[in-house]
Design a binder for this molecule. Sequence first.
Ligand code: SAH
Length: 352
Amino acid sequence: MISKPDLRSLSFEELKRETEEAGEKSFRATQVYEWLHKKNVADLNEMSNVPAAFKEKLLLKYDLYSMVPIKVLEDSEDGTKKFLFKTIDGNAIESVLMKYEHGYSACISSQVGCKMGCAFCASGIGGKVRDLTSGEMLEQIYEMQKAADVRISNIVVMGTGEPFDNFDNFIRFYEMITDKDGLNISGRNITVSTCGIVDKIRELADKEYALTLAISLHAPNDDLRKTLMPSANRYKIKDIMEACDYFFEKTGRRVTFEYSLMSGVNDSAECARELSELVKGKNCHINLIPVNPVKERDFKRSGNDRIADFKKLLEKNRINVTIRRGMGKNIDAACGQLRRSYMNGEADIGQN
Ligand code: SAH
């Protein structure tokens, strides 16, 4: 068990306070912050210009929750890299690095496991183990940048976990990654995806961040949605839509609705019509995701014709719609699949 909080989750202001309390000069805070967030050290001993006594004081109160890459899979076609990281307490989490024309995009996890239990998703199979700290969310990005020797410019919080079930840590992560003393990534280049936790959507809206909000909708009505997502029993589509309108009102940012197409489940023409009615007139965008079949689940990908028809029906209703480009098809890039095979002892961890 980990008993102490994560040093890398401290904001610069908080680190400055720690520095003062330890009786150190304020420039030491800048030094330590740089080691943690620019040079990405895994161990305080590596902070060569920081006095040992100060490091010892920090270690009495804090741990460094570093992430160790234990496996990297690369898709030889599109260059997508999937990382399996080991956490300080021996858990495994996944992150993905994707190359686009305009730069590199990272998909990170927000929790170890997930308690939302969506019927088509591999991440929720074993339930939630724990929340990731803000520092651990940052670490996924730092470590991927280091390992691949690239600069990440886009982030999607769409890996394992429900970010709004770990809201405070997500907010702290957002503040730190967009901070000028951190990676200084623009909020416009960050997307957070939620299964639709209404009160948190509103709380996020009140922050007026310039980020993109993505909602996992997957069904145009509550009855069907309940068969796919247990969270639909608690949060009605109507309330989610109202919260999204509020988000748009506060931020002026267009909301994305994710809709995973599952053959014979939610891909009928009737579903497309119902979905059109639901979002008609809203300033939003629909992202159709051909479902990624998961070995433990029984859902099949809709055929290409069905997908194209579904898209056409939405377009006829003048709805903004795209089909998500499948990245990393050759490396099991669907959420949670690599972690599951690792936990089941199936992944070949010895080789990269
Ligand atoms: N918990 C958050 C974020 C993680 S999942 C959420 O629910 O939005 C990221 C997206 O991938 C969600 O839209 C999720 O529903 C979708 N997803 C999960 N498993 C999938 C699968 N096997 N095929 C296609 N999409 C999947």
